[in-house]
Design a protein. Structure first.
Length: 51
């Protein structure tokens, strides 16, 4: 049980992506998801897609 809990926690005070935000707005099919994948790959940022 503890091991499963430790695996779920992947955020911490020393994360590189902490306190950073990247907002995109646009119409359907405008490439928001494509740009997000290209820009944030390898930056260890958490992507939240509200679609």
């Amino acid at each position: 049980m503890i091991k499963m809990f430790e695996q779920k926690i992947q955020e911490g005070v020393y994360d590189r992506g902490i306190f950073k935000a990247f907002f995109l707005a646009g119409g359907p099919g405008s490439g928001k998801s494509f740009v997000t994948q290209k820009v944030t790959s390898g930056l260890s940022l958490k992507v939240i897609n509200s679609d």
